[in-house]
Design a protein around this ligand. Sequence first.
Ligand SMILES: CC(C)(COP(=O)(O)OP(=O)(O)OC[C@H]1O[C@@H](n2cnc3c(N)ncnc32)[C@H](O)[C@@H]1O)[C@@H](O)C(=O)NCCC(=O)NCCS
Ligand SMILES: Nc1ncnc2c1ncn2[C@@H]1O[C@H](COP(=O)(O)OP(=O)(O)OP(=O)(O)O)[C@@H](O)[C@H]1O
Length: 202
Amino acid sequence: MTCVIGLTGSIASGKSTVSLMFDDFGIPVIDADKLSREVVKPGQPALAEIVRVFGEKMLLEDGTLDRKRLGKVVFSNEEKRKQLNDIVHPEVRRLMTSRRDAYVKRGEKAVVLDIPLLFESNLQAYVDKIIVVYADHETQLRRLMERDGYTEREAESRIRVQMPVKEKAELADAVINNNGSKHETYEQLQLILQNWGILHGS
Ligand SMILES: CC(C)(COP(=O)(O)OP(=O)(O)OC[C@H]1O[C@@H](n2cnc3c(N)ncnc32)[C@H](O)[C@@H]1O)[C@@H](O)C(=O)NCCC(=O)NCCS
Ligand SMILES: Nc1ncnc2c1ncn2[C@@H]1O[C@H](COP(=O)(O)OP(=O)(O)OP(=O)(O)O)[C@@H](O)[C@H]1O
């Protein structure tokens, strides 16, 4: 039986960092953020729908989506964010479940679905176990500003539209505290996978 692990957290809490660590254990990861980029590539119906709803101004000169511009709109307007979600999320869910099912069919011991909005979108039933990657607000804000070059205001607006990571942690089967070093995070992940019988102790 494949264990389907949902990996979530809040923006810049460290999901991608943890996601890379699964590689070390030979466990495949399906990344919802990556899929959400694939489904809006030029020629895809979701991009045409975004242009219809948000206008041609959302395209860069080369015909690709102007993510920065669209981000400015949707992270400051709840209604518009919902409109975008309604265009992008069904496609992402379709790709995610078909890839998950392929891994299950192959008999992998585990597969990870890295889904930033797992709780917000009510996708708990897609997975067997949930790991929340936690970082306290200050750490999250600092890492987000450093990684993406956002002002404090821009970073806060992105954090604010998600369920607080503390609440997510309460709903998890396991929590990784990512306030410390990446090595400490790695050790926590290893222990969780051992406890779940996915990895064997060394
Ligand atoms: C608005 C867009 C164009 C901004 O692109 P940008 O390259 O700046 O950000 P990126 O896609 O890398 O997302 C970064 C993080 O923002 C958060 N985030 C993204 N979209 C949303 C959303 N609709 N609601 C809440 N948080 C979101 C997630 O934590 C994500 O990990 C893009 O985020 C998007 O298309 N969002 C809608 C699809 C979506 O919900 N993706 C996230 C989960 S699949
Ligand atoms: N334990 C850590 N120590 C130092 N830096 C870290 C640690 N964990 C993550 N970071 C850094 O913090 C930033 C955010 O981490 P990461 O990209 O993994 O978050 P994320 O949850 O995947 O974000 P998003 O929701 O935007 O996809 C990155 O620049 C990453 O290198």
